[in-house]
Design a protein around this ligand. Structure first.
Ligand code: MEV
Length: 331
């Protein structure tokens, strides 16, 4: 197969600060060791994995090809379940954006990639922060609006009066287990739900503020390598997110199952379903209690490399990519 340009990008999991980051509060997110790979080449028709692209169902592809004057063929391969809070949307956007840049003969530029990936995310979910796009483009560990990290600042993005100062943060060696409830919960509606709550209640705004404070304490613990304190902050964050209305019984069940064997556990991503994450020294035990409660467990490596060029074309989807909803393809 000739003429292909291929790139991949990691998923992510949020250890502190989702939702409140949309309001410009601090957050910490880690690149996951699961990726989406995307191959692209000039074509006679716009095709995605051999099928005509339905741009109305594929906002990422619609947005990212908006300036192209020719048709393109895409192939994708994903190790990231969709609608699960693991960054499938941002990873897809980042991998397409980089593959298209390569096809155009441009040198990779992270700042340009993050703008493209964030734009595609907004086209897909309507609202949100550049946190996921930043993690999937840059990889490693990402801090958003964390005072004192300016020396390792990556970019500053502003939108609708909110500002996000994104920086690179160290990721000490830690073990995380992610538990997928299997309940699909796209990000857009969860972000909207919180926006409505914040719009009508000072109490919700106080929760957002409190999540920001907990995130800063957790970040300090992360820097000290104090897993016990970090875990406590993660669990507190989960409680605050529950009060905010973005947990659900399936997530609480997996968090409660994991806690006796973990430093801390919380939902990760937009919630309402999707995944939780536990910080633990007993990954097998946590994985087994998650499985026993009906979840799917992934022992998750953190701090993976960001978007990168790949040599080979992916050989087809494993998980469906965002925009395709065929649950039987999940595993
Ligand atoms: C989703 O991974 C994280 C949210 O904070 C939304 C966003 O930041 O865009 C819920």
């Amino acid at each position: 197969m000739t003429g292909w340009h291929t790139a991949s990008a990691p998923g992510k999991f949020v250890i502190l600060g989702e939702h409140s980051v949309v309001y410009g509060k601090p957050a910490v997110v880690l690149a996951a060791d699961r990726r989406i790979t995307c191959g692209v080449r000039r074509g006679k028709r716009n095709l995605l994995n051999g099928e005509p692209i339905e741009f109305s169902r594929q906002p990422h592809f619609r947005y990212l090809t908006r300036n192209l004057r020719h048709a393109v063929e895409f192939v994708t391969r994903s190790d990231i379940p969709t609608g699960a809070g693991l960054g499938s949307s941002a990873a897809l956007a980042a991998s397409i954006a980089l593959a298209l840049e390569d096809m155009a003969g441009n040198d990779p530029d992270e700042r340009k990639l993050v703008d493209e990936a964030y734009g595609a995310e907004l086209a897909a979910q309507g609202n949100g922060s550049p946190m996921d796009a930043s993690a999937c483009v840059h990889g490693g560990g990402i801090g958003v609006n964390i005072p004192g990290t300016e020396k390792r600042g990556l970019w500053r993005i502003s939108r609708n009066g909110r500002v996000w100062n994104v920086s690179d943060v160290d990721v000490p060696s830690m073990t995380f287990v992610v538990g997928n409830t299997g309940v699909k919960a796209p990000t857009g509606p969860q972000v909207d739900k919180v926006r409505r709550f914040v719009g009508r209640s000072n109490f919700a705004s106080e929760m957002i503020e409190e999540i920001g404070n907990v995130t800063l304490s957790g970040y300090d613990a992360l820097q000290r390598g104090d897993v016990e304190a970090l875990g406590r902050m993660m669990t507190t964050d989960h409680k605050l997110l529950s009060i905010l209305g973005v947990s659900c019984k399936e997530l609480n069940k997996l968090v409660n199952a994991a806690l006796p064997y973990s430093y801390g556990a919380k939902l990760t991503g937009s919630g309402g379903g999707g995944c939780m994450v536990a910080l633990t020294d007993e990954p097998e035990k946590v994985a087994s209690v998650i499985t026993a409660r009906g979840g799917v467990a992934y022992v998750m490596g953190a701090g993976s490399q960001g978007a990168r060029i790949e040599r080979s074309v992916p050989d087809g989807p494993v998980f469906d990519i965002p925009g395709f909803v065929r649950p039987e393809a999940e595993r």
